[in-house]
Design a protein around this ligand. Structure first.
Ligand SMILES: [Zn+2]
Length: 280
């Protein structure tokens, strides 16, 4: 078991027909519990960070934790930079040791998205790092970027994009929203099936918190190999932190308040991974 690229774990998922959970780490504190959950389930895990979180906590610190645990805990771990829009952020993550990056050019004109993604792919692949691209847009707010209504991915755009860009995974707009956690989304399954029938690359669902768990099976069947969950972890960790910290003595050992927060994240990830793995 080892520190892996996205390409490696998604190839395994394709071969064995499962979906790999990609979970946003909102701080360094929760990362060991996240990886422990994957280890417990005997599954690979993608730990991903936003650019903002990566900069706050230190990219090299995330790399150190993920690499150390991958090497010592018998679990495959990918460390992925989520939604990078600037080339300099991608260069910084690769220099720090991230094994995978997303270049999100979805808000750019189509041609510019292709041009920039191509450059990222060339740069990253030369350094043994995987790349996720995006076609279509995902609604909602993430890292201060708000997209009112997501745009569905158009098949002809996706085909052309993949002809020109050798990305390792493709994020698609199929009805999900970033940040959605109080309701469930209606996925466009006819579109997902159409994309799956024509595209050869693994597809990625963003805004996974808003997807009903009863839909997971159908997503795996239709070539979704990376499934992102961020908001649910953030909400659960914060709720538990509020509950614990509102009652604590100021000289209480901090771990007594943090362990239950991390335990929330651990349980959610363990539960999701079990669903992603047992799709048959
Ligand atoms: Zn996203």
């Amino acid at each position: 078991m080892a520190y892996q690229t996205l390409k490696e774990v998604l190839a395994e998922a394709e071969e064995l027909d499962f979906t790999v959970g990609a979970f946003n780490a909102h701080n360094l504190e929760m990362v060991p519990a996240m990886i422990e959950a994957a280890h417990e389930e005997g599954a690979p895990i993608i730990i991903q960070t936003s650019v903002g979180t990566a900069e706050t906590e230190g990219m090299r610190n995330f790399v150190a934790v993920c690499k150390t645990m991958a090497e010592h805990e018998a679990v495959d771990v990918v460390l992925h930079l989520d939604h990078a829009r600037k080339l300099e952020d991608i260069e910084a993550a690769i220099a720090a040791g991230y094994s995978s990056v997303m270049f999100d050019g979805s808000l750019l004109p189509f041609k510019e998205n292709i041009e920039k993604t191509k450059r990222v792919v060339e740069y990253a692949h030369q350094r043994g790092v995987s790349v996720e691209g995006e076609i279509g847009t995902i609604g909602g707010t993430e890292e201060g970027f708000t997209v009112k209504e997501g745009n569905y991915t158009r098949l002809e755009d996706a085909v052309q994009f993949l002809q020109e860009c050798d990305v390792d995974a493709l994020a698609v707009g199929v009805g999900t929203h970033h940040g959605q956690f109080q309701s469930k989304t209606k996925l466009n399954f006819p579109l997902i099936e159409e994309l799956h029938a024509h595209l050869k690359k693994p597809m990625v669902i963003h805004g996974g918190t808003g997807v009903a768990e009863s839909d997971y099976h159908r997503l795996t069947e239709n070539g979704i190999r990376k499934f992102n969950v961020g908001t649910e972890l953030l909400v659960a960790w914060t709720k538990k932190a509020k509950e614990k910290l509102s009652k604590t003595e100021v000289n209480e050992s901090l771990r007594n308040n943090m362990i239950p927060c991390n335990e929330e994240v651990y349980q959610i990830i363990k539960h999701k991974i079990a669903l992603f793995m047992n799709q048959k």
